[in-house]
Design a protein around this ligand. Structure first.
Ligand code: ZN
Length: 204
């Protein structure tokens, strides 16, 4: 089963993946982490990706696809979840070439609510745990005692830029997956636990 996660920044994709991993065995394909993994291997491709990212340039779709293919090639899990991918029609077309999308989970959240969450969000610099300022005002990770930090793209300016990019590039994918009958819309304004329950119902 191949699952695509859609939703604006702040809609809770990361938290959902984190919560799902406690209940479900799946391969997580996150483009960001796939690219970082490739860089960590020190390969020729990794060096090319690093040079692009260091210059602030976008990594080409074919390179993104290469890293995804690599991640999928030795996969033995029956459930694959794509997080933060596809982000555009072009990427969705490429994904269609390598696998069937069985389910597209759309975490629907109003822009204003997403912005509120983004401003409250903290990420652990050590283990990647996602939490909030309200829960951890002392900035200490409850999982590993690491330091909680604000993601560098969690500012209103960057968030608004990403919302606009999302509206232009990613939103058309919601229509596309709805028309192909695989889209399930989840009310992402609910608590993480309620969202998790709703998603688990759809997957099982
Ligand atoms: Zn931590």
């Amino acid at each position: 089963m191949n699952i695509v996660l859609l939703g604006i920044q702040g809609s809770g994709k990361g938290t959902l993946v984190q919560d799902l991993s406690k209940h479900l065995d799946f391969l997580l394909v996150s483009v960001g982490s796939s690219l970082r993994d490739e860089i960590a291997t020190g390969s020729k491709l990794g060096k090319l990706i690093k040079s692009k990212m260091d210059k602030g340039e976008l990594v080409d779709t074919n390179i993104v696809m290469d890293t995804i293919n690599k991640k999928l090639s030795d996969n033995k899990k029956s459930i694959v979840i794509f997080d933060g991918f596809p982000r555009s029609r072009e990427q969705a077309d490429e994904l269609d070439k390598i696998c069937n999308v069985d389910l597209a989970i759309y975490l629907n959240l109003k822009k204003e609510d997403a912005l509120k969450r983004i401003m409250n969000r903290l990420t652990c610099s050590k283990c990647g745990n996602i939490t909030t300022r309200v829960k951890c005002p002392d900035l200490v990770c409850p999982v590993c005692n690491g330091k909680l930090t604000v993601r560098s793209d969690d500012t209103p300016e960057v968030a608004n830029k990403r919302f606009e990019q999302y509206r232009l590039e990613t939103e058309p994918l919601i229509k596309r997956y709805r028309e192909s009958g695989v889209l399930v819309e989840i009310d992402a304004s609910k608590t993480p636990n309620e969202v998790l329950k709703a998603v688990m119902k759809v997957i099982k």
